[in-house]
Design a protein around this ligand. Structure first.
Ligand code: CA
Length: 365
């Protein structure tokens, strides 16, 4: 087997680990196999077994256990089972959990640039963010951002382009955003505010009731698969696209650095390779299930699908650039990450125009 070919396409950490493992094998062929077993905990930001996101974390733990023939066992905890959802990063940093699964933008209060490693409005798509991570310097920047906390990040799933959200009334112009109370977190919330709306932050479990009672006028959540499961169509009929605010949200698998360094090289390699695998598998699951769920929403539940008008998207895009540029002006590391993403996106956008974008248009013409 050509090991060099196998390790191509893995992150630099994985390459280093694999190279070290190969070197050791050559120098000391008679060395005893390391048969120690390890028991790890994985804290997640998702309710237990939450469709695609929580089940993706379960899948990652199961893959690692199978690939290591049981030498590395990982017990997965849903939100609040080990620590609350928004304490997962701290739990992995302190070693309370050796691994975590969540999304980088949850930690933007701690690391200003964190949103770039999950999703920013009008930013990278799934395919692009993976290109940026593995071949555009993105993963190195992400590792640099988390290093002071003793945490190693890996892409650990992707939702694909999300939906724009559920609205109780139609959005026909920029004026309809004025006074709109919408559950929409992060940078996108700031963008909505500048467009005259009122962003609201609510945990997933409270969204349905808030929308049904009219406490909020609109909400974004994820995509058809998860939105159908939440029953959001019962609370609002208009389902808008595209998800300008989350064009290809990357989920993260995070690892306590000391715990990682305590693993034999082959187990390190297994952990990283399984993260790559789940990053791919989760996105595949989202595509298949979202496509099916969208049909169900339209056919069985009478959902009215709407595209945001062009002038609304233009306004949101301009405001997004403004918010992000301001972030870059006040934080040098944020500025570095932003520059890297911006340069990558300019190149990939020009390429995708003549690749996927042109093909999809040609296919549906
Ligand atoms: Ca979302």
């Amino acid at each position: 087997m050509d090991r060099r070919r196998v390790i191509q396409g893995l992150g630099l950490g994985a390459v280093a680990a694999a190279t070290a493992a190969c070197a050791r094998e050559k120098e000391a062929p008679a060395e005893q196999a390391d048969t120690r077993t390890f028991n790890w905990r994985m804290a997640t930001t998702w309710p237990p077994n939450f469709p695609a996101l929580g089940t993706g974390a379960n899948q990652l733990a199961e893959m690692i256990e199978r690939c290591s023939a049981g030498r590395l066992k990982i017990k997965v905890y849903g939100a609040n089972e080990l620590v609350p959802a928004f304490e997962v990063f701290d739990a992995v940093s302190s070693g309370t959990a050796e691994m975590g699964h969540g999304a980088a933008y949850y930690w933007k209060g701690k690391i200003g640039s964190a949103s770039f490693f999950s999703a920013v409005p009008f930013g990278l798509t799934t395919q692009e963010i993976n290109g940026w991570f593995y071949y555009g310097g993105g993963l190195e920047l992400w590792k640099e951002a988390y290093a002071p906390f003793g945490v190693i990040p890996m892409p650990g799933g992707n939702s694909g382009t999300q939906m724009g959200g559920w609205f109780r009334k139609e959005i026909k112009s920029v004026d309809d955003l004025k006074g709109l109370k919408m559950r929409i977190p992060g940078i996108a919330g700031e963008v909505l505010q500048r467009a005259g709306g009122t962003p609201v932050t609510l945990p997933g479990g409270e969204i349905f009731t808030a929308l049904e009672t009219g406490a909020i006028d609109a909400t974004e959540w994820i995509g058809p698969y998860n939105d159908l499961a939440f029953g959001l169509y019962k609370a609002a009929k208009y389902y808008y696209y595209p998800g300008w605010h989350e064009p290809g949200t990357c989920l993260e698998a995070i690892i306590n650095q000391k715990a990682f360094e305590g693993l034999p090289a082959d187990l390190q390699e297994i952990v990283l390779t399984c993260c790559h695998a789940v990053n791919e598998m989760m996105n595949a699951e989202f595509l298949a299930r979202n496509a099916e769920a969208l049909q169900t929403l339209i056919r069985d539940h009478g959902v009215m699908l709407r595209r945001f008008p062009d002038d609304v998207l233009k306004t949101l895009r301009e405001l997004s650039v403004q918010v992000i540029e301001e972030g870059a002006a006040s934080d040098p590391f944020y500025a570095r990450v932003h520059e890297s993403v911006k340069a990558f996106q300019e190149r990939s956008a020009a390429y995708l125009k003549v690749a996927e974008e042109a093909y999809l248009q040609a296919r549906s013409a």
